[in-house]
Design a protein around this ligand. Structure first.
Ligand code: ZN
Length: 154
């Protein structure tokens, strides 16, 4: 794993009391000395908001905000080339052990060319419901005659 990311995770685990060490304070100070101030500053801002600064990616989803992480970001994490931020919540991301995503080289099995095409049933037209009765029907009142029209006396 990326050393910087590892330091961040350890720092968070210590600060959140997830791991106990005898000299936690000293370790925290040491880690804070190692992590570049820019990254530490971002981490601290997240923590100040009550968030964790580092979140795992599981099944290509950020566990901090449950939003999908772009595959390019996951790929970068897999190759340990750089640290990555979640585009949505801004947390530093690390790959959880249970991602289930393997490096592309390992999953390069070619799929069988194509499945036999099943004939698609023709799309049915979705008929929009039309009003059952014409609206004009209410205007036709056979019982009433126009006041001007009187029956002609016999
Ligand atoms: Zn996120």
């Amino acid at each position: 794993m990326n050393e910087l990311l590892h330091d961040l995770m350890k720092l968070q685990a210590l600060e959140f009391g997830e791991i106990k060490e005898k000299n936690a304070e000293a370790t925290i100070a040491e880690l804070r000395g190692k992590i570049p101030p820019q990254i530490l500053g971002h981490y601290d801002r997240l923590v100040a908001k009550g968030k964790k600064g580092v979140a795992a990616v599981r099944n290509q989803v950020c566990t901090g905000c449950h939003m999908r992480v772009p595959i390019g970001v996951v790929a970068t994490l897999m190759h340990d080339t750089d640290i990555q931020l979640c585009e949505n919540c801004g947390r530093y991301l690390y790959l959880s052990d249970t991602t289930g995503i393997k490096a592309p080289e390992e999953t390069a099995k070619r799929k069988p060319a194509r499945k036999a095409r099943t004939p698609k049933s023709s799309l049915q037209m979705v008929s929009t419901p039309s009003p059952a009765m014409p609206l004009a029907i209410n205007e036709f009142r056979p019982g009433k005659l126009h006041p001007g029209l009187r029956p002609i006396p016999g």
